[in-house]
Design a protein. Structure first.
Length: 107
């Protein structure tokens, strides 16, 4: 059951372990995250670059693996979010990266 409040925030029911809770959900909650520029691929977490699988000048399709990032003992395949040409590879294998550091830029 959903109810509208006067301030336009919704009340939503949550069922947790058979207990029903009502919680207020602000309208801004439904806003989806999107990168500022999808052609600039940045590290989503600190880690170490294990392998770079592409090179500058290469044409890539959406979903192609660009590099592998080891973060918290897990290998993460960093893929192209869109098709394009690799303009810059800003990291190399073995390099430590910080969150939000530029990894690859497409054009």
């Amino acid at each position: 059951m959903q109810k509208e409040k006067e301030n336009e925030n919704e009340l939503r029911e949550l069922n947790i372990d058979d207990t029903i809770y009502e919680t207020e959900v602000p309208a801004s909650f439904d806003k989806r995250w999107a990168p500022e520029d999808e052609k600039q691929i940045k590290a989503f977490i600190p880690g170490t670059i294990i392998e770079v699988t592409t090179k500058a000048g290469s044409t890539v399709k959406e979903g192609d693996i660009l590099l592998i990032l080891d973060a918290m003992k897990m290998y993460n395949e960093i893929v192209a979010p869109v098709a394009g040409t690799v303009e810059v590879i800003a990291v190399s294998a073995g390099e430590r990266v910080e969150k939000n550091q530029l990894l690859v830029r497409l054009k």
